[in-house]
Ligand binder design. Structure first.
Ligand code: GLY
Length: 310
């Protein structure tokens, strides 16, 4: 079954005119991650490469394309976790950085800590020579339009959140059987300044353990945190459930106990994988055995050769 990489581009309702971009974005991220694995790279290299691609793609709510907070600023969260060592790295409320996922990896690789936030994370980024980028380069016209629309009198913030909760993420198993996860987000639309969601919180936005599996989550962060969704799914896998059943059980618990919708990508140590969601849609893609699998709507599962353009 090995190796495999599975990607999501965020759970929510994807406007019809944006579904094609979301699908081609997750497919090309899956291809990029798979190429790393095929070249003998680690699962950590693969998930960071895939998520970096999606952070650079303005169609997604991460890196360039992030939603704006109440003041119209971009504050981003990200996490990586290594299933072999249980080492993790996370950043929250970071600004002026193109690829928070790479900063999260630097936290894991170059510090004795697991999580840096806000100004401290920026100072660390500077010390690692991570380039600072102008905030304007991370803001798309679409993100600004949605921010303005949501500030308008009579706007329904709950409805707008349902419209686009997208976060990006990836899980992978490499040839050595090592697992990893990576998740990155701009958070939720018109959030308070300093609001940190589930994404950088270990066990919520992601978790990886070579003995159990790896999960990356997306959806309403406050609800994901209530049930520690990634770790909950791995608990079910530890009890013998498949990646698919465990993912559905976790999402069902989040819906019934916390009233939240979301989605996940999950792998087990043998390379069995699942892409599941309780939201209306979630763009996802998986690459394994030279085949690309992808879909956006419930029940959808297309396949094609990994080399065929999409
Ligand atoms: N799941 C992304 C967030 O709520 O921030």
């Amino acid at each position: 079954m090995l190796p495999v990489v599975v990607i999501h581009g965020g759970a929510g309702t994807i406007p019809k005119e944006r579904a094609g971009q979301a699908t081609s974005g997750v497919c090309s991220a899956a291809r990029a991650g798979y190429a790393v694995l095929q070249g003998g790279g680690s699962s950590m290299d693969a998930v960071v490469e895939a998520v970096t691609q999606m952070e650079n793609n303005p169609s997604f709510n991460a890196g360039c394309g992030s939603v704006l907070n109440i003041k119209g600023d971009v504050e981003m969260d990200a996490i990586v976790m290594d299933g072999k060592t249980l080492g993790s790295g996370a950043v929250s409320a970071v600004r002026n950085i193109a690829n928070p996922i790479q900063l999260a990896r630097l936290v894991m690789d170059k510090t004795s800590h697991a999580f840096l936030t806000a100004e401290g994370a920026s100072l660390f980024a500077r010390s690692m020579c991570v380039p600072e980028v102008p905030q304007e380069s991370l803001i798309t016209e679409y993100a600004r339009m949605r921010w303005e629309k949501n500030l308008a009198p009579g706007a329904n913030p709950v409805e707008s959140q349902m419209g686009k909760m997208g976060t990006v993420g990836a899980v992978a198993v490499d040839r050595e059987g090592n697992l990893a996860c990576a998740t990155s987000t701009g958070g939720i639309l018109n959030k308070m300044e300093g609001r940190v969601g589930d994404t950088p919180c270990i066990g919520c936005g992601g978790y990886a353990d070579n003995n159990m599996g790896a999960v990356s989550t997306t959806g309403h962060g406050e609800a994901i945190m209530k049930v520690t969704l990634a770790r909950l799914i791995l608990f079910h896998m530890e009890q013998g459930q498949s990646a698919e059943v465990a993912s559905d059980l976790g999402l069902a618990c989040m819906k019934s106990r916390a009233g939240g919708l979301g989605g996940v990508v999950t792998v087990d140590p043998r390379g069995h994988w699942a892409a599941r969601f309780s939201s209306q849609q979630m763009a996802w893609a998986a690459a394994q055995k030279d085949t690309l699998h992808y879909g956006v709507n419930a029940g959808e599962h297309f396949t094609q050769s990994i080399d065929e353009p999409r």
